[in-house]
Design a protein around this ligand. Structure first.
Ligand SMILES: Nc1ncnc2c1ncn2[C@@H]1O[C@H](COP(=O)(O)OP(=O)(O)OP(=O)(O)O)[C@@H](O)[C@H]1O
Ligand SMILES: [Mg+2]
Length: 249
């Protein structure tokens, strides 16, 4: 029987163009995960980018977004906001492999500049389904949940940088359910996160960014899972150790 071509993942893989003239001693190519990117293959449903602060998750996600024609500040592809001065040129040297099927919807969310986008939407007005006439009447987390529940329409490719920044633990659980609903409706996500709650999503691939590059890791082998579980299970003892060590420093 002939194999059916799968529509997902819309974004199949990313690598540095083999003919790219880049300086591997300078930002962003000196970041181990960028230098050792190899062929990063995305999961059809969710790909998580995890790792310590400063390991290059946002740099890579932003480059993917810009290569896909999003504003580096985030938003939909129609929103062009200013302030792109700090964007690296990684997007120019990325080769992205895409499905024959284009996603029908998309969004690039970066928590750090989210309010720029919210302001922009407020200014131009958006009658088409954010679920609120003014996003500024809502809290950070409420705006994000409004996006997820009302604006993300499905059959989309969504790039999210630390979406949990806005969300209470309960809302992170609600976000997980919303992500699943969108995945079931033919959506693909690439999410940089530190949230052990989000990382537990089973239809996913977790890519760990560290000092040696990039590798795939299982949820229960992530530091996020191990450190959080250990701390919550033993927090009186762990706190005592931490605070005593701090006093002795
Ligand atoms: N414009 C820039 N010029 C030089 N170095 C930069 C620039 N932007 C970021 N960096 C450096 O690149 C590295 C990766 O940064 P990046 O923001 O991608 O990390 P991250 O993995 O997203 O971290 P976090 O978990 O804290 O969000 C950091 O060491 C950072 O200081
Ligand atoms: Mg980041």
């Amino acid at each position: 029987m002939a194999r059916m071509l799968a529509a997902k993942p819309y974004l199949q893989s990313a690598c540095i163009r083999p003919d790219a003239q880049v300086d591997y001693d300078a930002y962003p190519y000196n970041i181990p995960a960028v230098k050792e990117l190899g062929l990063l293959e995305f999961h059809a449903d969710v790909t998580f980018l995890v790792g310590e602060n400063g390991t290059g998750k946002s740099t890579l996600l932003e480059a993917i977004a810009v290569a896909l024609d999003y504003s580096p500040q985030g938003g939909t592809r129609d929103f062009k906001v200013g302030g792109a001065e700090s964007v690296s040129n990684l997007h120019e040297n990325l080769r992205l492999a895409r499905s024959f099927r284009k996603p029908r919807d998309g969004y690039f969310l970066r928590a750090e500049s989210f309010f720029n986008v919210a302001t922009f939407i407020d200014e131009i007005g958006d009658p088409t389904g954010y679920g609120a006439t003014s996003l500024h009447g809502l809290s950070h987390g409420e705006v994000f949940m409004a996006l997820l529940n009302n604006r993300f329409r499905g059959k989309g490719l969504y790039l999210l940088d630390e979406p949990e920044a806005a969300l209470s633990p309960n809302r992170q659980l609600a976000a997980l359910a919303a992500i699943h609903r969108l995945v079931e409706d033919k959506s693909q996500f690439i999410i940089a996160t530190h949230s052990p709650i989000l990382l537990s999503y089973p239809h996913a691939k977790i890519m760990l960014f560290d000092g040696t590059g990039l590798s795939e890791v299982a949820f229960e082998d992530t530091e996020h899972f191990a450190v959080t579980r250990d701390f919550l299970n033993h927090y009186p003892k762990r706190l005592e150790q931490l605070l005593t060590d701090a006093e002795n420093d």
